[in-house]
Design a binder for this molecule. Structure first.
Ligand code: NIG
Ligand code: FE
Length: 417
């Protein structure tokens, strides 16, 4: 079996001897680090690691590639648990509209936004969507992403939602990165159902979900629970139908308004509630003592110029925080996790340790992948980043806009990008 030994690692970060599924509250301030370290990979797994003055773990030196990581940091790849990376076209004209004073909501009200993306996606072929998404996935791998969640939600018809999910299924098979699929049929109300909200929800539940189950097209179910999109009652009806078909909820809530989405998520054991730019004290209380992961998307706040989520309050209330990109053509045209880390530190006032925990092990939790990914632990999948020469891991969020990643190893293999 092929082996890789990485030696002279300046800092090996996010190491675990007793793996945890997530880190919570104050624990997030600790990032276990070994200075001057080595790490061994066999096949697709991490088999051993330690300090350079404590050699061990490797007995068979045959078929071994040695990588010298002097002055470099080694860490687990990022787990980006919230993206909409399958789409047909970018939306620069809305970007310009916003510069000229329109809001995201105003653009959506005049037929832009999600409905604009749906029109383009409905006209695109499965192959076109696949090729464009593959290109974007290669780009996010180059900035250190090793696992990604991808949502549907730009189809908004039976045929086009299934087309999106089939593209995601093909990406799962074709890409070295771990992919989870989320069905977001309830992303926006299509114009054809403008006067018949229940008709569209019935179509999601009675037409789309059964085929999704039959073809095994999704792991999760999502709803955009927001004013002018879907109410908390509608959200609950849709996610409960998804749960019946074996899908776990992961939902968009509290992006512009706090309308009860958190409570619906917690009550229905959502794996995560995502966005949280607008949070009440009650929302934070209701999240405490739940197993639902609060997921923050600061590059969406950056791009739309909307408030940032209250990360410090969440952490101070002993909650975990997860960070993801939200990569999509409307609110976040970027899948760059190092930039998300920078925003987390600069705008959310998270420390580099907290931000890295949020983007690795807590991201893994938000995709049910903590047993495989999200930390450096013996037996976990060898999905690793080797950085360029940098002084310390704090340099990663500090040097915003530059790519700290030199080498990415996925499933124990160096990938080119
Ligand atoms: O997470 N908020 C809902 N959905 C996406 C944006 C979708 C779009 O504008 O195309 C988000 O920000
Ligand atoms: Fe989103």
């Amino acid at each position: 079996m092929k082996k890789i030994l990485i030696k002279n690692i300046k800092q090996l970060i996010q190491v675990e001897t007793t793996p945890k599924e997530k880190v919570v509250g104050k624990e997030m301030a600790t990032l276990n680090t070994i200075e001057n370290a080595w790490l061994a990979i066999e096949g697709d797994r991490i088999i051993a690691f330690g300090a350079m003055d404590n050699w061990g773990g490797i007995t068979d030196w045959s078929n071994l590639e040695v990588i010298d990581a002097s002055d470099k940091v080694v860490m687990p790849t990022f787990c980006d648990s919230h993206t909409h990376i399958v789409f047909a076209a970018t939306r620069e004209s809305e970007f310009v509209d916003r510069i000229n004073g329109l809001t995201y909501e105003e653009i959506a009200a005049k037929g832009g936004g999600i409905l604009n993306s749906a029109k383009k996606l409905q006209a695109a072929s499965e192959n076109e969507l696949f090729d464009a998404a593959l290109h974007r996935i290669n780009e996010v791998i180059s900035t250190g992403t090793g696992a990604i969640e991808i949502k549907s939600g730009y189809g908004l018809t039976v045929e086009s939602e299934l087309k999106m999910l089939r593209v995601i299924k093909r990406l799962k098979a074709a890409c070295p990165i771990t992919i989870k699929a989320t069905f977001l049929g309830a992303h926006a109300l299509p114009t054809t159902f403008k006067e018949n909200r229940n008709g569209y929800i019935d179509s999601i539940i009675n037409e789309m979900l059964p085929i999704i189950e039959e073809e095994n097209l999704a792991d999760y179910i999502d709803v955009f629970c927001e004013k002018n999109y879907f109410t908390p009652e509608e959200t609950e009806r849709i996610i409960q139908a998804g749960i019946k078909q074996g899908l776990t909820p992961k939902i968009h809530v509290n992006q512009f308004n706090s309308i009860g989405g958190i409570q619906v998520g917690v009550k229905n054991n959502a794996l995560s509630v995502d966005h949280l730019e607008v949070m009440t004290e009650q929302d934070i209380k209701d999240l405490a003592n739940s197993s639902t992961m609060p997921t923050l998307l600061p590059s969406c706040s950056f791009f739309l110029n909307i408030p940032y989520a209250p990360a410090r309050e969440l952490i101070n209330n002993n909650l975990p925080v997860c960070l993801a990109t939200d990569y999509n053509p409307g609110s976040t045209p970027s899948g760059n996790m190092p930039f998300v880390l920078s925003l987390a530190c600069i705008k959310l006032r998270m420390t580099p340790e907290e931000a890295i925990n949020a983007a690795t092990i807590n991201g893994a939790y938000a995709m049910n992948l903590s047993n495989e990914l999200g930390s450096i632990a013996v037996g976990k999948k060898a999905n690793l980043i080797i950085t360029k020469v940098i002084p310390s891991f704090q340099h990663i969020p500090y040097a915003f806009g530059s790519n700290p990643v030199e080498t990415v190893i996925l499933n124990g293999e160096k990938v080119s990008f």
